[in-house]
Every structure is written in structure tokens, then in C-alpha cells.
Design a protein around this ligand. Structure first.
Ligand code: GLA
Length: 352
């Protein structure tokens, strides 16, 4: 009998604008990139049929654990064990398998390598189980998978992240950005019509881990601001009330409200083909993240300045901050700086 196999690819993402808005019921405009994580799964292969054996090819490291109640582990293993455990908890009928994981999104660089890993694992394991049970692969509820993968971050990795990265990876589309409203979880595709302009990322060289950075503290500050304002999310914050908040909460809320407005303005700029206007919005977003949200670092600032100096029309940190990559927008005819990697909007996660 031929062995049962499946595989899945899930992309990383670049968030064009709308940072630290997802867990505040706000707006964001990410796109899936063409780089991502591929997981190949084959039934059996572990020491016994009810176990998972995983091999991380890029690291040359492996792991093996029981399907039922996997024990905790650190590093990349926490994502694999967490995804298996959360799929099990959600009632997906998993089978023992051997997994091979490989990718081309650098970890900790703010391009969502972790969401790509969780999503690719989830899709590959679900596809393998449905093949094993002789069922056609059902229509996936992509939003439910995004939530499940976000639980891996919060329950297994210790990062209280929102749904930005997982939704971007699952719903991405070629040449489209996704305008996400985190209050309703409605997603509108917006053509990423750059008309000869280019987007590129430069790694600041500083690695981040949301579980240990100030990320969870920022979330706690937003919750504290909601309590003081008597609202259930910052989407409902009224500007006059915000003025009366103590610092740093006032600055945090001002960032979130301003960032939501910049997302709307960025959608309008893209639709109007006003790329210079988009560049100015990227700069304003970065300034707010640096001054009001305080999630930039010296290395990120140096990278932003280097990009602007090189001729970028706009540049900003992307992702949670405290390190990671910087996004630059370059006008036609402007060369990309050394080490910059051009990014394009690619298709979302898929079973292979
Ligand atoms: C990280 C998190 C996301 C989001 C961004 C900031 O990427 O995983 O949920 O909060 O930071 O916009």
C-alpha cells in the first residue's frame, strides 16, 4: 500500500500598515508574501502510530512526541507540539505522522515565520488525516484555523498576539493586500497596484521574541486603558476621554486610533494610485510606533534612517517591534539598498 502523504505551504506576511491594532479591534492592511514554510507529512514514521516525529530541515533538529497531550517544549518545538495539541483539542481526528519542515522566512525578523509554521502544520495535518480516513478534504474554515493557530502563540509560546499574521497567511492573494477589520473579522482585498514602485524589507539584524519582549506589556496597557475608559475595545475610545488618560496609556491609545485612520487613508491612497501619499503614511506610522507606542529600538531606527537616506519614500518597522524588519517603499528608478529584499503579495496558505 503506498504511504499516505500530504503537504502544505503557508506564507509569511508583510503588514503594509496598521500595527498593534489587531488586538484592539482595529484595522490593518497586510499582504501575504511569496516566502513561507512548507510542511511535508507522511503517515507513520514515528516510534509508534500514535506519535509525531518532526524534522526541522533548516535547523537540522528533530522532535518526537505523543499525539495525545504532547508535553511542553521550547523553541520551534513549542509551535509543532502546540499546533498538534490545539488541533486535537478542537476535535480534528489526527493520525501519527512524520513531518518535515522547511522554509525561507527568517525567524524573528517580523515576517511572521511563526504564523507560517503554525498554519502550514495545521493544513498538512488536517489534509493527512482526511486522506487517511478516505474523506475528501473539506472546505476549511480559515478564520477558525487562524484562531486555533493564535491559541498556539498564547497557550504554548507565551505571546498574547492577535490574529493579524494568521489571517494574512491564510487569506493572502497574489497582488492583493487585505484590509482587515478586526472588530468584524471582515476582509476586503485591495489591489496592491504599485505602478512600478517597489516594496522591500531590510532586516534590522535584531531578533525578537514576542513572549519575552514588551509585546505582552503593550497588550496589558491597552486593556488597562479600556478599563479606565469603560469600553470593551479601543475601537470605541472617544478622543475627549482619551485626553484624560494618564501617560503612557494616553499615548498608546493615540497610536492605535491614529493607526486605524492611517489604514483607511492607505487604502484610499492605493486606490487613487497615490504612492507618494502611501509613503508619507508609512513614515507617520513609524513615527507613532516610535514615539507613542515605544516599540522601536536603536537598530530599527538605524535601519529606517538608512532606507530613507537611500531614497525610500517611506519606511517603517513592521510586526510587533523590538527588532525585526523594516519595510521601505521605493519610487520607480530608485535602486534598492544592499541587503534589501523586494517583497510581493503572494497567494495564501494551501494544501499541496
Ligand atoms: C505581531 C503579532 C500580531 C500583531 C503585530 C503588531 O506580529 O503577532 O498579532 O499584533 O505584532 O501589529
Amino acid at each position: 500500500m503506498p504511504s499516505e502523504r500530504s503537504g502544505a505551504f503557508a506564507p509569511g506576511r508583510v503588514n503594509l500598515i496598521g500595527e498593534h491594532t489587531d488586538y484592539n479591534d482595529g484595522l490593518a492592511l497586510p499582504f501575504a508574501i511569496t516566502a513561507g514554510v512548507t510542511v511535508r507529512a507522511e503517515a507513520g514514521g514515528a516510534r509508534s502510530p500514535d506519535r509525531i516525529a518532526a524534522y526541522a530541515r533548516d535547523l537540522g533538529e528533530s522532535d518526537e512526541f505523543a499525539l495525545a497531550n504532547p508535553p511542553r517544549a521550547g523553541g520551534w518545538r513549542s509551535y509543532v507540539r502546540g499546533t498538534v495539541a490545539e488541533l486535537g483539542r478542537a476535535g480534528f481526528p489526527l493520525i501519527g505522522a512524520q513531518l518535515e519542515i522547511a522554509g525561507d522566512v527568517p525567524p524573528g525578523a517580523g515576517l511572521s515565520s511563526s504564523a507560517a509554521l503554525e498554519v502550514a502544520l495545521a493544513l498538512a495535518l488536517i489534509a493527512l488525516a482526511s486522506e487517511h480516513h478516505g474523506e475528501p478534504p473539506g472546505e476549511l474554515d480559515r478564520t477558525a484555523i487562524a484562531r486555533l493557530c493564535a491559541r498556539v502563540e498564547s497557550e504554548w509560546v507565551g505571546a498574547q498576539t492577535g490574529l493579524l499574521d494568521q489571517l494574512a497567511s491564510l487569506y493572502g492573494a497574489a497582488e492583493k493586500a487585505m484590509w482587515i477589520d478586526f472588530h468584524t473579522l471582515r476582509i476586503h482585498e485591495v489591489p496592491l497596484a504599485l505602478g512600478g514602485w517597489r516594496l522591500a524589507v531590510v532586516d534590522s539584524g535584531e531578533r525578537h521574541a514576542h513572549a519575552s519582549s514588551g509585546y505582552n506589556l503593550r497588550r496589558a496597557e491597552c486593556r488597562a486603558a479600556c478599563e479606565l475608559l469603560g469600553v470593551s475595545s479601543l475601537r470605541e475610545a472617544e478622543p475627549q476621554q482619551v485626553e484624560r488618560l494618564p501617560e503612557p496609556l494616553r499615548a498608546r491609545v493615540q497610536h492605535v486610533s491614529g493607526e486605524n485612520e492611517r489604514v483607511i487613508a492607505a487604502v484610499a491612497a492605493l486606490r487613487a494610485g497615490d504612492l507618494a501619499g502611501l509613503g508619507a503614511l508609512l513614515n507617520a506610522s513609524h513615527e507613532s510606533l516610535r514615539v507613542r507606542y515605544e516599540v522601536s529600538t536603536a537598530a530599527v531606527e538605524r535601519t529606517v534612517q538608512a532606507l530613507l537616506h537611500h531614497g525610500a519614500t517611506g519606511a517603517r518597522m513592521i510586526g510587533g517591534g523590538f527588532g525585526g524588519s523594516v519595510l521601505g517603499l521605493f519610487a520607480p528608478g530608485t535602486s534598492l539598498p544592499a541587503g534589501a529584499r523586494e517583497v510581493r503579495a503572494g497567494a495564501g496558505a494551501r494544501v499541496l
